[in-house]
Design a binder for this molecule. Sequence first.
Ligand SMILES: [Zn+2]
Length: 262
Amino acid sequence: MFMKYLVGYIATGLAFAVIDSVWLRSMYTRLYQPEIGEMMMKNGFRLGPAVIFYLLYILGMMIFAVGPALLTGKWQTAIVWGALLGFFCYMTYDLTNYATLKVWSTKVTVLDVDYHHGNGTQQIFYERDDVQFVSLHGDPARAYPYFTGYIDEVGSGKGRGSTLNVPLAARTDDDSYMKSLERACESIKKFGPSMIIVSLGLDTFITDPISDLALTTPGYDRCGALVGALGLPTVVLQEGGYDVNALGVNVQSWLHGLARAS
Ligand SMILES: [Zn+2]
């Protein structure tokens, strides 16, 4: 009897390995790579947990499917009970994840508030639907880089709709800037990212020597607070800003707003 179970265990293991490798090969590029590719190891896998998984799962199949089939002498028993075991194990595991995870795949928003359109960032993510690019900037009709940052640039391919450009008029002040930023935040909420990266340019300041918007130091506090109110993990990267004497207080003001609201 022991030999019978041992042979059953090995045969089940071999069959499972074949089925599993066919499944992984066909589903890796179709499902895992696009959905959770960023979370997966680039080369190979952790051997220890994988071996333990196989040993345990095959033991489970022996107890609940192959063992009963050996007792009844009907191979159909193994097929039916094995299928049910797989169904209940994987289905409950996946449903638990789906019930509790905030997002299934990781989506990121890059919010660029530098005076100049973030043309490079836009280009990198233009065809991606898992990275949203939102930029508020001086209208390229009059401002560098002139050729990109227009409202009709919305992404392409499956990234269509994941790019939002908000060109701003000269001398845009705190109040009208806030209206545009509110619009931007609405679109971020709709996109539903798990984190935000802010390209924080402070060349939108009223006395910036190379730009023509009119934001003030208290205005930056309001901007930071609006982004903080999204309640998402936020990385802030400092970019432009050429009124160097005002840079320190303006950064401080933006970050205070962010910290207060998050
Ligand atoms: Zn700039």
